[in-house]
Design a protein around this ligand. Structure first.
Ligand SMILES: [Zn+2]
Length: 166
């Protein structure tokens, strides 16, 4: 007889069915649902044909049942409330991201164009040689600027330093 092993979903010990190769889930309904859901999620991530078939069949089903989701939302206030809450979280996240972007832009604007000494921040600062560089600020269209730089167009007369992520 095989030894008992823990189910990867519910963590209860179970004896694997000898006919099932490499069984990880016990036979409880919710664990089998979790197993199938996980399989389907992986299939959706890896198989483009499967993903397209799922999408097509969902659309076909939806054209045959146009009122299903509206009725479902009407009859399931908890579902509706949960969706509303999740949407609020997504909105808050988006706002926070936008504010963070604005903050970093403000910080960038606080750097005044001019001549600066660039000193590496690693090691002993006293022994490091300072490097004089002129700092020019580049506006939001930096990506376009970089693309033209690579082509050798719009090359500025002075060297340009850009605030990096370090
Ligand atoms: Zn289980």
């Amino acid at each position: 007889m095989k030894p008992k092993q823990p189910c990867v979903h519910c963590r209860r010990l179970f004896i694997a069915n000898p006919r099932v190769n490499n069984q990880k889930y016990c036979s409880r309904d919710r664990c089998q649902r979790a197993r199938k859901s996980r399989w389907q999620q992986r299939k959706m991530d890896s198989d483009t044909d499967y993903r397209q078939n799922q999408k097509d069949s969902q659309q076909t089903w939806q054209t045959h049942h146009p009122d299903y989701w509206r009725q479902y939302r009407d009859s399931h206030p908890q579902y509706r409330e949960r969706n509303r809450m999740l949407q609020k979280q997504r909105d808050a996240k988006r706002r926070a991201k936008h504010l963070a972007k604005m903050d970093s832009l403000k910080r960038l604007k606080q750097i005044k164009p001019g001549t600066y000494y660039l000193i590496p921040c690693t090691g002993n600062l006293a022994k490091m040689d300072a490097l004089t560089q002129k700092i020019n600020l580049i506006s939001a269209a930096y990506d376009d600027y970089c693309a033209s730089c690579k082509k050798g167009l719009d090359r500025p007369a002075d060297p340009v330093a850009v605030k990096g992520s370090q």
